[in-house]
Write a protein that binds this ligand. Structure first.
Ligand SMILES: *Cc1c(COP(=O)(O)O)cnc(C)c1O
Length: 233
């Protein structure tokens, strides 16, 4: 992958324009859902570096990535990036070391072991605690009743807990995500956490209605991904 290219070299004017137009459509959806000041995190997994730069040039301050190997391949040779990289994939303790120089926010802190490893490798890191509201097997996130304790432990370990993150149910329609989104926003409020990361291409409207402060959007900005990469955890 073209990780050692300079910003100008990864400039693809046609892609820049397409992504800027699609971002405007996403922002309009957010407006219609009543969202004000909602951050759009462009999810660039499986897409080339040019997609990340296009999103940055369209006004996004960070991108979302799911796979440690891919993050290193895309950005590992960059001395510094003008945008942040949020890790939104399932976090394995043995991958934190690879991610440490590149990731600016870990959105998928969902258990003690991961929390400890991030605190050790990246003292003071910005994190979100991931909540699993749909109790689907194999999906990341801690149970809702474990959130306060995990947040407390992360703070005690010196991490900067900025908020909570959740992924809507993988079956059903957007409305099926509503109760979980509502519960996560309520939890953010009761714990005085600022960031509420929820909603993707299919259900961002419902997420914004329920109080998302950040939506994570892939296909609405960059088009479809190959089926193997579509699974979210
Ligand atoms: C892939 C992914 C997204 C973006 O999904 P789209 O449906 O393409 O918008 C958002 N959040 C997480 C955790 C993901 O894995």
């Amino acid at each position: 992958m073209s990780s050692d290219l300079t910003p100008d070299e990864v400039c693809d004017p046609a892609l820049d324009q397409l992504v800027a137009e699609r971002l405007e459509v996403v922002r309009e959806r957010i407006r219609l859902a009543g969202g004000i000041g909602v951050e759009v995190l462009p999810v660039t997994k499986t897409f080339p570096p040019a997609a990340c730069w296009a999103a940055f040039r369209a006004g996004c301050s960070a991108v979302g990535e799911n796979y440690a190997q891919e993050v290193v391949a895309k950005f590992g040779a960059q001395r510094s990036l003008p945008f942040g990289v949020h890790f939104i994939g399932q976090l394995q303790t043995n991958k934190v070391r690879l991610l440490a120089p590149l990731v600016t926010c870990y959105e998928t802190i969902d258990r003690e072991s991961v929390l400890r490893e991030v605190a050790k490798r990246v003292p003071g890191a910005a994190v979100l605690v991931q909540v699993n509201t749909s109790s689907e097997p194999g999906k990341g996130g801690c149970a809702i009743d474990q959130v306060p304790e995990l947040v407390e432990r992360a703070v005690a370990a010196g991490l900067r807990v900025r908020g909570l993150m959740t992924v809507g149910p993988t079956v059903g329609g957007p409305e099926d995500a509503r109760p979980g989104f509502r519960a996560v926003r309520a939890l953010c409020d009761s714990l005085s956490l600022e960031v509420c990361s929820m909603g993707m291409t299919a259900d961002l409207d419902v997420a914004v209605q329920e109080g998302a402060t950040e939506v994570r959007v892939g296909s609405a900005l960059f088009g479809g991904r190959p089926p193997a990469a579509r699974a979210v955890r």
